[in-house]
Write a protein that binds this ligand. Sequence first.
Ligand code: NAP
Length: 251
Amino acid sequence: MPRMTDWVLITGGSRGIGAATALRCAMAGWDVAINFAQDSAAAETLAGRLHALGRRVLALQADVADEAQVAAMFERLDAAGGRLGGLVNNAGIVAPVARLEAMGMARWQRLFNVNVMGTLLCCQQAARRMSTRTGGTGGSIVNISSRAAEFGSGGIYVDYAATKGAVDTLTKGLARELIGEGIRVNGVRPGVIETEIHATSGIDVVASGVAATIPIQRLGRADEVAEAIAWLLSDAASYTVGALLDVGGGR
Ligand code: NAP
């Protein structure tokens, strides 16, 4: 279990799956730092709910794709005092539905910068603080991927799916690299979860009838993904290393 002075940092923690994870972690006893990119109103509203659960809370604005902003975010967390015990790399974006021939470099660079570089940068900062090799006391990292990493999202957004494939490979490699230093790295691969992310892709996940294509016959909820993330973060998952946990209703 986390100790009283343990922080968990959740990137993209102000809305959707990240916000549900923040609430679940606060209930489990973590102090919670929520990162966001732009929507400070959503971050402040959630911070109020987390405070009400009796936890220390930080709302940290930073674009995870920006190395300097990520470094500054971790320094603000250091300044708050206490130990960084958990990191959830959840910040992620999709792009409008398109076929490959209609995509372009600017779109690919933004997708890879946020979804992959953002995860790399935050893992790097966290590992420097958590690793027993550099004076830390260990920790747990959970990278949020997608079932799209396996299916590839042909005709929808193959580039987004490719970013999540990269995240999965990073999770498996980093898990083996860091476990000897007290850091467990795992991944969660959600299926279709009802959040605001789909507005960017242009897919109306409710009206499109996608639920009927999922074995469980419904969309997932953010709190159902949060439960898996919170378990992987916790000591209850002490022998789980490099796992990719699918939370997709059978999909
Ligand atoms: P969401 O509702 O759109 O929320 C995204 C969160 O990420 C917001 O807090 C947003 O902050 C933040 N964010 C976006 N870009 C950022 C950046 N560059 N730097 C820092 N924060 C940033 O998304 P979600 O549906 O909860 O998805 C969360 C994760 O789950 C993503 O990695 C996504 O790929 C993955 N996933 C989602 C689904 C699904 O069906 N929902 C399925 C599979 C995987 P602002 O509000 O300030 O922009």
